[in-house]
Write a protein that binds this ligand. Structure first.
Ligand code: HAX
Length: 425
C-alpha cells in the first residue's frame, strides 16, 4: 500500500531530476511556433504549457495518464484523483487510506455558512461556491508554511494538505449551496461509510430509491475531473498558483473561469436550450422543428450550446458516457429524448452552417438532461457540480507543478502596432 504522500515523495524528486536534464540537454529545441492568427485567436494549438495529469487528443478525447476516459467510468472519483496525481490507480488499501483522509477533513468551518447566509439570496450558486472557497484561504497550510520559510522543493507537501482539505469539504459546501440557494431545507450532514461522490449525492438530499442518482454523481465527478492544462479553468489556476498563491486562491480563480458561458456554464445554457425547445413545441420536437429552431438560433448569431470544442474534433467521449447512462436509466424521459434528437440532428446543421470547426457534442450536451431527470432541475447549479469535480484536476496539476518547482508564468505580450510593423517586415 502506498499513500498519496508516500507515492509523491518517491516520484517527484525523480521527475524533477528528469526535467532538469531535459532542460539542460535540450532546452533550446523549438517545440512550437506562434502565428499571428494564433496570437489573436486565443493561442489555440500553441504548445507552451506542461501538464502531466491528462491529455486531450483531437481525435480521441480525454486521456488520463495514458488511459482513455471511457475505460475509467466505473471507477470512483477519488480513485481518479489518485490516478491524476501518481499515474496509477490506488490498490484497495491506498483507496481506503485516501477515503479516510478525506473523511477526517470534511468538516466545513461554521464561518463559511455565516458568509453564505449574508450573501444576496439571488447570488449565482457559482459565486456562492467560489466565495466559500476564497473565504477559507486563511486555513491554508501552504500560505502558513511559505511564511515560515519552507524549502521550495517541499512546497508540494502543504499544497497536498490544502488540496485534501479542500476536496474533502467541497461536496459538503456544494450541497450546502444547493440546499440554501434553492430553499431545499436544512443542510444534510455527511454520512459515515459513504464514498466521496456517494456522500455528495446524499448531502444534496435528492430522493434516490434505486441508487442511480448517486451513480450518476460519481460518473459526473469522474468525467469532469480534468481536461489537460490549457482550458480556461486549469490554465487560470495554474497561472495564479505559479505566483505561489495558495490552493484556495488558485482554485477559486480557476472556478471564476469555469463560470463563463463558453466554458463550464455551457451545461446550464445547454439545458436551457433543450427546455426552450420542449416548451415551444409542447414536448419532444420533431426533427423538422428542431432544424428550424437551430437555424433561427444560428441566424440570430447565437451558438448551439454543448456543441463544438476548441481542441476536440470528434464526439466527446464524456458525452458518450453520459448518453450511454441515459439510454440505460431514462430512455423514455422527454428531456433525454430531446438530447438524443439534437445529437442526431445538430452536427449536420453545424457542418452546413460551416463555421464551427467541430460540429460534434462536447461534455455539456448531455449531463444536464440526466440531472434534470433525477429532479435537480435548477440548472444554475450545474456548474457548481462541474467545479467540485474539476477541483481534482486543478489541484493535482497544482501539486505536481509545485513538486516540480515550475516557474512563475510570464509570457511576452506585444501590441497590435508591433504585429502590424512585424508583418510588413
Ligand atoms: N454553435 C454555433 N457556432 C459555433 C459553435 C456552436 N456550437 N461552435 C463554434 N462556433 C463558431 C464560433 O463562435 C466561431 O465563430 P466566429 O468565427 O464568428 O467567432 C467559429 O464557429 C469558429 O469557432 P471554433 O474554432 O470552431 O471554436 P472555438 O475554439 O473558437 O470555440 C467553443 C470553442 C467551445 C467555445 C465553441 O465551440 C462554442 O462556443 N460552443 C458552444 C458553447 C459550448 O458548448 N461550450 C462548452 C465547451 C466545453 C467546455 O469547455 N466545457 O466546460
Amino acid at each position: 500500500m502506498a499513500t498519496l504522500q508516500d507515492k509523491l515523495s518517491e516520484q517527484l524528486p525523480r521527475k524533477r531530476e528528469e526535467i532538469r536534464s531535459l532542460v539542460k540537454d535540450h532546452g533550446d529545441k523549438v517545440m512550437s511556433e506562434v502565428t499571428v492568427a494564433q496570437a489573436f485567436g486565443g493561442m489555440r494549438g500553441v504548445k507552451g504549457l506542461i501538464c502531466d495529469t491528462s491529455l486531450v487528443e483531437p481525435d480521441v478525447g480525454l486521456i488520463i495518464r495514458g488511459r482513455n476516459i471511457l475505460e475509467l467510468v466505473d471507477h470512483l472519483p477519488e480513485e481518479i484523483f489518485y490516478l491524476l496525481l501518481t499515474g496509477e490507480l490506488p490498490d484497495k488499501a491506498a483507496l481506503e487510506a485516501l477515503q479516510a483522509d478525506l473523511h477526517k477533513r470534511q468538516q466545513v468551518p461554521k464561518y463559511v455558512w455565516d458568509v453564505l447566509d449574508a450573501m444576496p439570496e439571488d447570488s449565482h450558486p457559482m459565486t456562492m461556491f467560489d466565495t466559500a472557497i476564497l473565504v477559507m484561504q486563511k486555513e491554508s497550510q501552504f500560505a502558513a508554511q511559505y511564511r515560515a520559510g519552507i524549502a521550495k522543493g517541499d512546497l508540494w507537501k502543504p499544497a497536498l494538505e490544502d488540496s485534501l482539505r479542500l476536496l474533502a469539504m467541497l461536496p459538503g459546501i456544494a450541497a450546502g449551496v444547493y440546499r440554501k440557494r434553492f430553499k431545499k431545507g436544512p443542510r444534510i450532514e455527511p454520512k459515515d461509510g459513504l464514498d466521496w461522490g456517494g456522500n455528495y449525492a446524499h448531502m444534496l438530499g435528492v430522493n434516490d430509491p434505486t441508487g442511480e442518482f448517486a451513480n450518476m454523481i460519481r460518473l459526473y465527478l469522474v468525467l469532469h475531473s480534468d481536461h489537460e492544462g490549457g482550458n480556461v479553468s486549469a490554465h487560470t489556476c495554474h497561472c495564479v498558483a505559479s505566483a505561489l498563491s495558495d490552493p484556495y486562491y488558485s482554485v477559486s480563480a480557476g472556478l471564476n473561469g469555469l463560470a463563463g458561458p463558453l466554458h463550464g456554464l455551457a451545461n446550464q445554457e445547454c439545458l436551457r436550450f433543450v427546455l426552450s425547445l420542449i416548451e415551444q413545441y409542447k414536448g419532444v420536437p420533431s426533427k423538422e422543428q428542431l432544424t428550424k429552431f437551430a437555424w433561427d438560433n444560428l441566424n440570430s448569431g447565437k451558438v448551439i450550446p454543448g456543441y463544438g470544442h476548441a481542441v476536440l474534433r470528434v464526439t466527446d467521449p464524456r458525452f458518450t458516457a453520459f448518453y450511454n447512462f441515459g439510454k440505460r436509466v431514462c430512455p423514455e424521459d422527454d428531456v433525454f429524448k430531446t438530447v438524443a434528437l439534437i445529437f442526431t440532428t445538430i452536427p449536420d446543421i453545424l457542418k452546413e452552417h460551416g463555421k464551427a470547426k467541430n460540429p460534434w457534442p462536447n461534455v455539456d450536451a448531455g449531463s444536464g438532461a440526466l440531472l434534470y431527470h433525477f429532479g435537480v432541475t435548477e440548472f444554475d447549479y450545474y456548474t457548481v457540480m462541474f467545479g467540485v469535480s474539476r477541483a481534482m484536476g486543478m489541484l493535482s496539476q497544482l501539486i505536481i507543478s509545485r513538486g516540480l518547482g515550475e516557474a512563475i508564468e510570464r509570457p511576452k505580450s506585444v501590441g497590435t502596432d508591433w504585429v502590424q510593423k512585424f508583418v510588413k517586415g
